[in-house]
Design a protein around this ligand. Structure first.
Ligand SMILES: Cc1cc2nc3c(=O)[nH]c(=O)nc-3n(C[C@H](O)[C@H](O)[C@H](O)COP(=O)(O)OP(=O)(O)OC[C@H]3O[C@@H](n4cnc5c(N)ncnc54)[C@H](O)[C@@H]3O)c2cc1C
Length: 400
């Protein structure tokens, strides 16, 4: 692959990381992003876990510092009534002291893109992949919605959960499934709730789930997960005003920890709302010179906080395979072999966590609050989670 061009479709999280990894492997990469302009404020915040940060460390990218991340090595679980259910480690501490960090998604995307550009990667906006074809010489030609085309030796689809690359590669591939959860969140401020450095709080309320962290400045980042059986349309969600969300959420969390109402009432700016989807398995991750990474290959719900980190891991592994194996198809098959089992295990794990958030009948809530302290000790201890957080890609190790 050296001295040949890789086309990367999608400039979210996995795309720029793949570009930097390829650049390090001596492979030129161009990122094609559908958005007309950088979306540096889209999305709320996400967990960049120790396994994802390990990838960034390999690539010498300081996303935590540059994107004003909030270190959160621990999560404390509460019942709606205020009973402390337990504490769970959110990843491991890396050798350089870095720990899992909450980062505003838009800022993370910007830091990664700017870092990739600084290293010589071109990022083109307004390039929405429509489809692609493979020429007789094995080169792949991407066609964009604006009518332009680009040619390369490999096309990496990093275009997220609704991937057009996946659709073009395998029109029969499963579509994202609605998990029955809505994710809603925003930013608040409090002078009365004490900052809790290093800790995020998860409240299993009597009707819905609430997560928050309090920065030293008093700024609060929060999200809520609500169960809703039928999937609302984007138009319906967009039509719900911030004032209306506040009203609905205050109703839903009535009777749960008082501080939830305080956080909701003090929310500044807009409240964002999204439907949560995932895809348990996608039969084909690669075909010819085309491959999927990140949510395009294994769309995960955000419950385990692994979407961004898995995309980063994929990016590093696919770049290594293209660096070390002489044949593109063989490299992409090896990448899939190295990544599929782990990624799908995380998707399934994250899906299971989602189910525990949606219990709302009083008996179920009572049993959950009773059982959870034991379950957390048994199943959510650092040893039990090591498979997620200690994953390490050795860049210098040659792929056989
Ligand atoms: C706008 C947005 C907001 C999000 N907010 C959150 C959040 O608040 N919390 C959370 O946990 N997760 C959020 N996610 C999901 C999370 O970012 C992903 O799970 C994770 O980053 C996986 O990374 P990825 O690179 O595979 O995909 P993504 O980070 O989703 O990136 C995909 C990129 O591909 C682009 N794209 C899509 N279609 C095409 C096309 N046809 N041609 C070219 N480019 C295309 C998209 O614009 C996007 O930039 C959000 C995703 C998006 C796109």
């Amino acid at each position: 692959m050296t001295n040949r061009r890789a086309l990367i479709v999608g400039g979210g999280i996995g795309g720029p990381v793949a570009a930097m990894a390829l650049e390090r492997a001596g492979i030129q990469a161009v990122v094609y992003e559908a958005a007309e302009a950088p979306g540096d404020h889209v999305g709320l915040f996400l967990n960049t876990s120790s396994n994802g940060l390990d990838v960034l460390r390999t690539l010498a990218v300081d996303a935590v510092g540059q994107a004003d991340g909030v270190p959160i090595p621990y999560s404390v679980m509460w019942s709606g009534t205020g009973k402390r259910l337990g504490e769970v480690a959110n990843g491991i501490r890396l050798q350089d002291g870095t720990v899992s960090t909450a980062i505003r998604r838009g800022l993370l995307q910007r830091v990664l893109r700017e870092e990739a550009e600084r290293r010589g990667v071109t990022v083109e906006f307004g390039k929405r992949l429509d489809t692609y074809r493979v020429g007789g010489d094995g080169q792949v030609i991407a066609r964009f919605a604006d009518g332009t085309e680009a040619e390369g030796a490999v096309l990496i689809g990093a275009d997220g959960i609704h991937s057009a690359t996946r659709q073009a590669m395998d029109p029969a591939a499963p579509k994202p499934t609605y998990t029955g959860l809505l994710s809603i969140g925003g930013y608040s401020h409090s002078t009365t709730i004490s900052p809790t450095p290093d800790t995020q709080h998860f409240v299993f309320g009597s009707r819905a789930f609430f997560g928050y962290l309090v920065r030293a400045s008093g700024e609060i980042w929060w999200f809520a997960n609500l169960a809703r059986a039928d999937e609302p349309s984007r138009a319906e969600l967009a039509g719900i005003s911030t004032a209306e969300w506040k009203r609905r959420l205050l109703d839903l969390f009535a009777g749960d920890l008082d501080r939830i109402a305080e956080i909701l009432q003090a929310t500044q700016g807009e409240i964002g709302a999204y439907t949560v989807h995932d895809i348990p398995t996608i039969p084909t991750w690669h075909r010819g010179p085309v491959v999927l990474i990140g949510d395009a290959a294994h769309a995960t719900s955000p419950n385990a906080g692994q979407g961004a980190s898995l995309a980063m891991e994929d990016a590093l592994v696919v770049a290594k395979c293209l660096r070390d194996l002489p044949d593109v198809e063989q490299a992409l098959a090896t990448y899939e072999r190295l990544r599929r089992e782990r990624a799908e295990k995380v998707v399934a794990y994250s899906h299971r966590i989602g189910r525990s958030k949606t219990i709302s009948n009083p008996v179920g809530v009572w049993i959950r609050d009773l059982v959870m302290p034991f379950a957390l000790k048994r199943f959510a201890n650092p040893k039990a989670h090591a498979w997620i957080y200690t994953y390490h890609v050795d860049w210098d190790d040659k792929v056989a």
